[in-house]
Design a protein around this ligand. Structure first.
Ligand code: NAG
Length: 281
């Protein structure tokens, strides 16, 4: 190898590692906002952990606000007896008429499955819950939880498999989050008064602290700053993404086999009729 080519090899190695690091570095991308030391950024920004103990939970938020994007996070949930713990991962705008897209992971006794609770808020109104089981143990390893948010729809995915689609139906007068920038938030807290079948099972504090871990945060997104959004070049890939036939099939598979609650079929809850988005074809 000539001196020149080894120089270029070194240079390209250096730049690619710099790019990799800057693509996902919690030190730059997020701030731990509460928990008095219970939220930690480790391994030079490559790993983040949130813990919950008897006294407090913890949380972080993205430094950027986004107006549309494809946002991925790898999460490893609290292992063992996690009953009563709730790990949240969500996008949310500010104010009293906020928009929000939620993943919430409700812990369980050892060996019993987590519940993945999802919701979409538009203008401060939610009531659009869907809940799922997962097809793997989310505490054994990291898995990718994604929100694709573009002008046509919001798609929640797990390891690339869509579990929920919320379409833009503004054409028939329904609200869709597309005016307010949102930040990414995550937290771990105790909710044993409601998360465990109405408080039936209490958190076992002898197992504390409870820890959820995060890696590989990637936001291909339009960053909101001083009243305007600027999108990176990668925008084209997700900006117009919709579920293709294969995606629809995967979504159908999840909804058939892993959905345990759907507000769209809860006629008892909506005696005056199901929400309109549930009945629009
Ligand atoms: C915990 O597991 C039990 C047994 O499978 C299940 O009925 C319950 O809904 C689970 N609780 C949560 C919070 O997921």
């Amino acid at each position: 190898m000539t001196r020149n080519s080894s120089f270029y090899l070194l240079l390209s190695l250096l730049t690619s590692s710099v790019l990799l690091v800057s693509a996902a570095n919690f030190n730059q991308d997020v701030s731990v906002t509460w928990g008095d030391g219970r939220g930690k950024i480790l391994d030079n920004g490559q790993l983040l952990t949130l813990t919950l103990d008897k006294f407090s939970g913890s949380g972080f938020q993205s430094n950027n606000e986004y107006l549309f994007g494809k946002i991925d996070m790898n999460i490893k949930l609290v292992p063992g007896n996690s009953a009563g713990t709730v790990t949240t991962y969500y996008l949310r705008s500010q104010g009293t008429t906020w928009d929000e897209v939620d993943f919430e992971f409700l812990g369980n006794l050892s060996g019993d499955p987590y519940t993945v609770h999802t919701n979409v808020f538009c203008g401060g109104k939610g009531d659009r819950e869907q809940q799922f089981r997962l097809w793997f143990d989310p505490t054994e390893d990291f898995h990718t939880y994604s929100v694709l948010w573009n002008p046509r729809s919001i798609i929640l995915s797990v390891d690339g498999t869509p579990i929920r689609e919320f379409k833009n139906l503004e054409s028939v007068g329904l609200p869709f989050p597309n005016r307010q920038p949102m930040r990414v938030y995550s937290s771990i807290w105790n909710a044993d008064s409601w998360a465990t079948r109405g408080g039936l099972i209490k958190t076992d504090w002898s197992k504390a602290p409870f820890t959820a871990s995060y890696r590989d945060y990637v936001a291909e997104a339009c960053v909101w700053s001083s009243g305007r959004s600027s999108c990176s070049d990668s925008r084209s890939s997700w900006w117009s993404e919709e579920l293709d036939v294969a995606g629809q099939q995967k979504l159908g598979w999840v909804q058939k086999n892993y959905m345990i609650y759907d507000y769209c079929t809860d006629t008892k809850r909506f005696p005056q009729g199901l929400p309109k988005e549930c009945t629009v074809a």
